[in-house]
Design a protein. Structure first.
Ligand SMILES: NC(=O)c1ccc[n+]([C@@H]2O[C@H](COP(=O)([O-])OP(=O)(O)OC[C@H]3O[C@@H](n4cnc5c(N)ncnc54)[C@H](O)[C@@H]3O)[C@@H](O)[C@H]2O)c1
Length: 342
């Protein structure tokens, strides 16, 4: 299908696992043109060239390229804010991988700059596009469950020495931030998306078996309530200490009119649904998970993010996952760490 406007010019910074996903999805979209990638690692630069993509020698070359309108930030978490600010200050839109930043202070700087230069910021929260997530959102929004009583989330994955390698950004406090930022911010985002800006009451953190591998905890939990749901009491529990392979990421919702359990490795299967006068509709199958060196991560939905960015830049719609929402997720994680009692 031919489009009436020239393709939107894209570039990517960081050509690792997720940078490749962005590049692939940009290339698959007929309304987008991938104008090049910058990765600081010379081995990656060779890989970019071998894949017939223009490899920038310096980030500055990418920033000063006049046809690039939007840049996908796919570098380690702790570099997102620095890279996003540089892109915005060169009057380009940004798509920022999750987590948006590792602090609300940095997130605020991005929001202020984007307002000043009038460029969009899209945060990647691609799990929201999964059929089970959109169904849950509809059930909650339409108040089908009545009063919501209890919400419990369990994220139990395996990340061991096969994942935390020496001198890698994984495991480094400044660049990674910890499992709530790197592995489980998708699920914090889902809770935020479903129940609004939750308030953390208290939290505990532990390190069972990652002392030699990371500079942070491997497990913990926080309890929460939501100003939008009067009775709701929530518990978010997580660990990366599971033996050998991911176990599950699940959410149980106990409510006045029914009970739901969504499980699977990334909350992708409705495992129990018993609701008064309501039948579970047929849901589309979940998209396959992203794979990282044999590890299963979150849903592979990045094409929706690229599409939304293009449509917003062309003025056909507005950003679906905004900088303010990205900041709210960071602020929930930040407040979980602030409310620790252990
Ligand atoms: N949305 C998702 O489902 C999802 C999944 C995985 C990772 N992520 C996020 O994507 C980001 C990247 O993760 P990844 O798994 O692709 O990591 P990765 O280590 O595979 O890739 C990071 C890349 O960034 C490059 N890089 C590092 N510093 C740089 C710099 N200063 N300038 C240019 N390039 C630089 C590295 O050389 C590397 O190629 C992280 O923020 C991560 O949390 C999101």
């Amino acid at each position: 299908m031919s489009s009436l406007h020239p393709p939107v010019g894209f570039a990517v910074i960081g050509y690792g696992h997720i940078g490749k996903k962005h590049a692939e999805n940009i290339q698959l979209n007929s309304n987008a043109r991938l104008l090049g990638i910058f990765d600081s690692d010379p081995i990656k630069q060779e890989e970019i060239k071998n894949n017939q993509i223009h490899s920038f020698d310096q980030f500055n070359e990418l920033l000063n390229h006049p046809q690039i309108q939007v840049v996908c930030i796919c570098t380690p978490n702790g570099l997102h804010s620095q890279h996003a600010l540089e892109v915005l200050n060169h009057h380009k839109h940004v798509i920022i991988e999750k987590p948006m930043t590792l602090s609300t202070l940095d997130a605020n700087k991005i929001i202020e700059t984007s307002n000043k230069v009038k460029k969009h910021v899209f945060c990647v929260m691609q799990n929201r596009y999964s059929p089970v997530a959109t169904w849950l959102k509809e059930v909650i929004n339409n108040k089908i469950l009545g009063e919501i009583y209890s919400v419990s989330v369990l994220c139990a994955w395996n990340r061991d020495e096969r994942y935390y390698k020496p001198n890698h950004w994984h495991g480094n406090l400044q660049l990674d931030g910890g499992p709530l930022f790197t592995q489980f911010s998708h699920f914090v985002d889902l809770i935020y998306w479903l129940f609004g800006k939750i308030e953390v009451n208290h939290s505990e953190f532990y390190n069972f078996n990652h002392h030699k591998l990371t500079q942070f905890e491997d497990s913990g939990f926080f309890s929460f309530n939501s100003p939008n749901f009067q009775k709701l009491k929530g518990l978010f529990q997580y660990t990366t200490s599971v033996f050998d392979s991911n176990f599950e990421s699940s959410i149980h919702i106990i409510a006045e009119n029914g009970t739901i359990k969504v499980g699977g490795q990334y909350m992708n299967e409705v495992q129990y649904c018993h609701i008064k006068n309501y039948d579970l509709p047929n849901l589309e199958p979940a998209p396959p998970p992203n794979l990282y060196d044999g590890y299963q991560g979150s849903a592979s939905n990045h094409h929706f993010v690229i599409e939304n960015a293009i449509d917003s830049i062309l003025g056909k719609t507005s950003p679906k996952t905004t900088a303010n929402e990205g900041k709210d997720v960071v602020s929930i994680i930040e407040s979980a760490y602030q409310k620790r009692i252990l």
